[in-house]
Design a protein around this ligand. Structure first.
Ligand code: FES
Length: 161
């Protein structure tokens, strides 16, 4: 590939070039790679090389992270897309529709949490049975009888003593 000036544009980018062009730290790119979000090839000198399409993929990861989508969910969504071609507009539409639904659900949960918080201010009982903040929708009862909120170390400590 050539620029209009005749200067050759590399088909693959080094990790430093990806970092510079995407505004992401090299360490973050390595982290993304360990989590399977991005993939590199090795050149003859065993250095990482990324296809140019990585820039769009990294941009999508950053946008998703800014909206609060957990990295594991981003990785899962991107796992169905091939690494060797750019993410298309249609790919993006599908991803964004999925994430929009997840965000709507989170917003709904957070709104309910905020409203319960208002109700609980001045109460302070934090009852496992009565308080919607402590036990929203009584989900703990679905997990069976016995303590459900203590960390496992505490449970071991309590049963040993
Ligand atoms: S603190 Fe009493 S109901 Fe939540």
């Amino acid at each position: 590939m050539k620029k209009k000036t005749g200067e050759r544009v590399p088909l693959e980018l080094s990790v430093g070039e990806v970092a510079r062009r995407s505004g992401i730290a090299v360490s973050t790119l390595h982290f993304y790679e360990t989590k399977g979000l991005i993939r590199s090839n090795r050149n003859r000198g065993n250095q990482r090389r990324y296809p140019r399409s990585i820039l769009r993929r990294v941009a999508i990861i950053k946008v998703a992270q800014r909206t609060g989508i957990p990295l594991a969910e981003i990785a899962e969504a991107l796992s169905v897309l091939p690494h060797d071609r750019p993410v298309t507009a249609q790919d993006w539409r599908l991803l964004s529709e999925t994430w929009k639904r997840q965000l709507d659900a989170r917003i709904e949960n957070l709104t309910a949490l905020r409203n319960h918080l208002t109700d609980c201010i001045g109460c302070g009982c934090l009852s496992m049975h009565e308080c919607p903040l402590r036990n929203p929708d009584d989900v703990l009862s679905e997990q069976g009888a016995g303590p459900r909120l203590l960390p496992l170390e505490d449970l071991a400590e309590h049963s040993a003593g």
